[in-house]
Design a protein around this ligand. Structure first.
Ligand code: ATP
Ligand code: MG
Length: 390
């Protein structure tokens, strides 16, 4: 008997003209995440997709599908002809597996999509349930809280399965435009990128690197984080921007109390330019209110004013523990807590300003001789990397 994976997609975003775009993008994302599987067939059926792979690739395919935004759920189903005897046999095989796992109460849930099939759904429930009860002594029916269910769908073929695995939901990446993620080696920004990607937005990364004050290992760490986010977000273009010259200039020309804030503003300015050059229409950061001095409301207002793009901060209202939970779920946490210095941590002022005044900030920035050329140089000398999922 042949097994296939039934893929169900979310209903959100499926209104009107967007439907075809949503579906085509999702198909492309599924195919690209299955690149390493040789023998496969992806088919569109009414409201679903069907994926066929070799038995030995099944587990890997399931694992991958559960990481793709836009998929509501999947089931591994046995496909047979629309024939009652075949349906009974296929169900019996699945029941046997469940009984071996110690599950003995069940119910049948039939759905007749093809109205030419001679039995109605309730008739099929009754007939199949009765047959299975007679065949397996250990089995009993529980319509309210069964330990497992036998699902039967009658379509162009009959599909029988027992489990529905919940998918990531969200929208397929590529349906929602592009945004530039300011990514550090910390915990928050990779989570922020993941969350915005879940709304269908393609994410590109911008990382500021202060060699030799920060090591190559710090850069490698960011690449590794992006590889992990790419598992969900698809291939990510990452720009690594040399930031040392600007950081040193800030140290030289600006009041130490303001240095972190001014540094964050230059990050926003450069990310805005690189983002726009590459088709991004928003920035993403991992900022969260009150986490550090540069993330008070007053400070956020000042950094926000450095860009004319909308800035998405999906973890802004989240507790650190809640952010860590997501970092663990997407497997970035262990990498994020590796101890390599980030460019923010090396030039930290002893007494940072928590209630900055905009006019003060602008005045400090006016002392920055040659800053325009420095920004141009940083952009021109940035390294562009294509980061693929691990
Ligand atoms: P994270 O855990 O994301 O590093 P954080 O709590 O350490 O955040 P900050 O260091 O204040 O916070 O940085 C705030 C945000 O600024 C980060 O979430 C990130 O979006 C951006 N950012 C900080 N450092 C860098 C960097 N070196 N390159 C690019 N973006 C950065
Ligand atoms: Mg950080």
């Amino acid at each position: 008997m042949k097994r296939v994976i039934l893929i169900r997609y979310g209903e959100i975003g499926l209104k009107g003209l967007n439907k075809g775009f949503f579906i085509d993008t999702l198909i492309r994302n599924i195919k690209s995440s299955m690149r390493s599987i040789n023998n496969k067939k992806l088919e569109k059926i009414q409201g679903r997709f069907l994926l066929q792979v070799e038995e030995e690739d099944l587990e890997f395919a399931i694992h991958r599908l559960l990481q793709i935004f836009g998929i509501a759920s999947i089931s591994v189903a046995t496909v047979i002809d629309k024939d009652l005897e075949a349906i009974k046999e296929a169900s019996a095989v699945l029941v046997e597996e469940k009984i071996q796992q110690g599950q003995t109460t069940f119910k049948v849930q039939a759905r007749r999509g093809d109205k030419s099939f001679p039995m109605t759904s309730p008739e099929l429930n009754g007939e199949l349930g009765g047959y299975l009860l007679k065949r397996f002594d250990a089995l009993s029916v529980d319509v309210h809280q069964p330990q497992f269910q036998i699902y039967v769908e009658i379509r162009e073929k009959a599909y029988v399965y027992t489990d529905i695995l919940p998918g990531k939901n969200g929208l397929p990446v590529g349906t929602g435009g592009k945004a530039a993620l300011l990514v550090s080696g910390g915990i928050d920004s990779p989570v922020a990128g993941y969350m915005i990607a879940s709304r269908g937005v393609e994410v590109m990364g911008v990382h500021f690197h202060s060699y030799p004050y920060t090591s190559d290992r710090a850069k490698e760490k960011v690449i590794k984080l992006m590889e992990k986010v790419a598992v969900y977000a698809g291939k990510i273009t990452l720009f690594v921007v040399p930031f040392t010259e600007i950081q040193l200039a800030i140290g030289e020309f600006c009041d130490e109390k303001y240095s972190t804030l001014i540094m964050r503003r230059y990050m926003m300015k450069i990310a805005t330019r690189i983002g726009k050059q590459n088709g991004a229409s928003a920035l993403i950061t991992g900022e969260s209110i009150g986490q550090v001095a540069s993330q008070t409301l007053e400070s956020l207002m000042v950094t926000n004013a450095a860009t004319d793009l909308p800035v998405f901060r999906p973890v802004i209202g989240m507790d650190k523990h809640a952010i860590i939970r997501i970092a663990e779920e997407i497997d970035t946490f262990e990498t994020s807590i590796l101890p390599y210095e980030d460019c923010c941590t090396i030039f930290v002022p002893k007494h940072p300003q928590t209630k900055p005044k905009m006019e003060h900030v602008l005045k400090q920035e006016s002392y920055m001789e040659g800053i325009e050329e420095m920004m141009e140089r940083a952009i021109a000398e940035s390294e562009r990397l294509e980061v693929y999922p691990t």
